[in-house]
Design a binder for this molecule. Sequence first.
Ligand SMILES: [Zn+2]
Length: 197
Amino acid sequence: MNIFYAVLTLGVLGGAFGLILSLASKVFEVKPDPKPAVQPDDPEPVKDASPEPDTQETNQTVSKVFTWPAQGAVLRDYSLEVLSRDPTMGDWRTHSGLDIAALEGVNVLSISAGTVEQIYEDALMGTTIVVDHGGGLQSWYSNLAPETAVQVGDSVDIGGVLGTVGGSAIAESGESPHVHLETVLNGQPVDPRDYLK
Ligand SMILES: [Zn+2]
């Protein structure tokens, strides 16, 4: 008999303990409610952080001021849709930049503020400097002297000296001394005269 009561008591106690546990878990379940109240506070720093990249992009595209890379007559215009006569090859072909007459040794200037992205020797266009102006716009300067005034990663101002005119472009060796300037927007060549007024 005693064992029966003992088992019964244990059963009652166990049931009561289980009830307490379930009640306790309900109490704990209530706690997550204040958390959603906290969560709306969390996205706020994210909102604060998101305008920063926008501002940076805006700053990068601010450079809307341009200057010619050298003072001189245009020997050959940008012409991608209409073939123009190539004085070096003696035939008619497209020309993806502007050839601006300038004597060898004359400074070649950055057409706008930017960062030097590449300096390399092109097999046809010779010593070439690429400046990134932000907003997807780059300027390419070819037929330069091998000794440049800047290094990759340098910041340049509008009119900043990049290097000097050389005679390194084999593909344009039939022309008078000049700098070959290309403007590239989002990877596509565009007419430099859209920027140089
Ligand atoms: Zn050219």
